[in-house]
Ligand binder design. Structure first.
Ligand SMILES: *Cc1c(COP(=O)(O)O)cnc(C)c1O
Length: 456
């Protein structure tokens, strides 16, 4: 299995990024529940035959869709070791928990958070944002909100984020029982950064109407074009207004590892909470999201709940007052920390930062190729590693959507789409450490080829 997987990764460029799933293959996975055992070698053959060719392709250098990391072989091996230990990181006193705490120490150091800051691994930033909204809610209403519910204060809580924020921010507000209408989507400027004056007006208006502003969510690296809000400006407003300041730094926060990107993140050290993913720009295999909270006490008071079967001791396996299950909704938790520890140690943050810087350079290379081609246009300023562009023609939304699908089906490069200022854009998000100039060239060539055909 290991040999096959190393061969797969070594020769990935010779494969298609992705292939449509053949009907027979899909049907193979509508099989009845297996009552009798099957030889594992046979299962492995089926995995190679049926699963691998139509995997989502984000390990491939030509993959540029959505916002996805490329993974790495060291992290892959660590996943195997973690599965061998089969540790449950909900709590108790064992070394896997200390490995996770090591990552917490590093996260504090990276983002300039104090000793008392808490943090845990979660699936991804969607969950990390949700946890942060719940902590902000506790900060606003006190821990009794957990018994009485969000309406007991009588005032409606209101939250603020930019119109370019990821959809999981609204989802988090919704899941927290606050209702999506209590989240204001504040307009953005020409660089897709939140308009600070409009934010202040929205807060003042809500106070005048009797609601209780409690939370500002800034973004470090928006999902559609890679914009970063003025984090210092947001921190100033949050402090002045007495609001919780959360940052969705899903991919952008780890830009701190790159000398070229770090200056854009000024102010990140002032957040009350920060959500980010090791599985995107830092190339740790899925999934490895993280939530970091400045005030560990408020974080703990949002989730910790005494249970007779989770009694803490001073000695033995149940030793230690602080268990990860006190900091989030999960009790059973896997050993995500190990693949992250192996990745950070094996490559070092300097090298990971260089990968991040290089993906931004490749994005600039793509942008200059677009600017040099009269048939193409850039649809948003390129700020990090994401390029939104289109083929110029009479019916651009239809044609650009069709170009994207054709590229994916051709299998050399796989961008995705988004909408920028009302226009559908082909979006290339360069995250994979394997991507290089050849892939940028293939994207430009492929776009022109399909554009000419599809625009008629
Ligand atoms: C990817 C992303 C998310 C969601 O993170 P998951 O890890 O997919 O849950 C949220 N916000 C931004 C800006 C993202 O890029």
């Amino acid at each position: 299995m290991l040999d096959d997987m190393f061969d797969y990764l070594e020769h990935i460029r010779e494969r298609k990024v992705w292939q449509p799933i053949p009907d027979e293959t899909r049907a193979n996975f509508r099989a009845p529940l297996p009552r009798d055992p099957t030889d594992v070698a046979e299962l492995h053959q089926q995995f190679l035959r049926d699963v691998v060719p139509s995997a989502s392709g984000n390990t491939h250098p030509g993959f540029m869709g959505w916002v996805q990391g490329g993974g790495n072989p060291v992290g892959m091996l660590a996943e195997m070791l973690a599965a061998g230990l089969n540790a449950n990181l909900g709590g108790r006193d064992h070394m896997p928990i200390e490995v996770e705490r090591q990552i917490l120490h590093w996260a504090r150091a990276l983002f300039g958070f104090p000793e008392g800051a808490s943090g845990i691994f979660v699936t991804g930033t969607s969950m990390a944002n949700f946890i942060s909204v719940l902590v902000a809610r506790t900060a606003a209403l006190g821990p009794e909100v957990r018994r009485k519910g969000v309406n007991f204060g009588g005032k409606r809580l209101s939250a603020y984020t930019s119109a370019s924020a990821h959809g999981c921010v609204a989802q988090a507000i919704d899941l927290a029982g606050l209702g999506r209408d209590s989240l204001h989507a504040v307009p953005v400027d020409a660089n897709h950064r939140i308009d600070l004056a409009a934010l202040e007006r929205a807060i003042a208006r809500d106070r005048a109407h009797g609601s209780q502003p409690f939370l500002i969510v800034g973004t470090a690296g928006t999902v559609d074009i890679g914009a970063t809000d003025d984090l210092d400006g947001l921190a100033d407003i949050a402090r002045r207004e007495g609001l919780w300041f959360h940052i969705d730094g899903a991919f952008g926060a780890l830009g701190i590892l790159s000398d070229a990107v770090a200056p854009r993140l000024k102010g990140i050290e002032r957040a009350d909470s920060l959500a980010f993913d090791f599985h995107k720009w830092a190339q740790v295999p899925y999934d490895a999201g993280f939530v970091l909270v400045r005030d560990g006490e408020i974080h703990r008071s949002t989730f910790a709940a005494p249970a007779v079967y989770l009694r803490r001791e001073t000695r033995g396996l149940a030793a230690g007052p602080d268990w990860p299950c006190d900091y989030g909704p999960d009790l059973s938790r896997g050993f995500r920390a190990l693949k992250t520890w192996f990745t950070l140690k094996a490559y070092g943050t300097r090298r990971l930062g260089e990968v991040i810087g290089r993906s931004c350079e490749l994005a600039r290379l793509l942008a200059s190729g677009i600017e040099a081609a009269p048939e193409l246009e850039l649809l948003a300023p390129v700020q990090l590693n994401i390029v939104c562009f289109g083929y110029r023609c009479a019916d651009p939304d239809r044609v650009n959507a069709a170009i994207t699908v054709s590229l994916q089906e051709q299998g050399k490069v796989a961008p995705s789409t988004t909408t920028v200022n009302g226009k559908l854009a082909i979006r290339a998000a360069i995250f994979n450490h394997r991507t290089d100039e050849r892939d940028i060239e293939a994207l430009l060539e492929g776009t022109l080829f399909f554009g000419r055909r599809l625009a008629g």
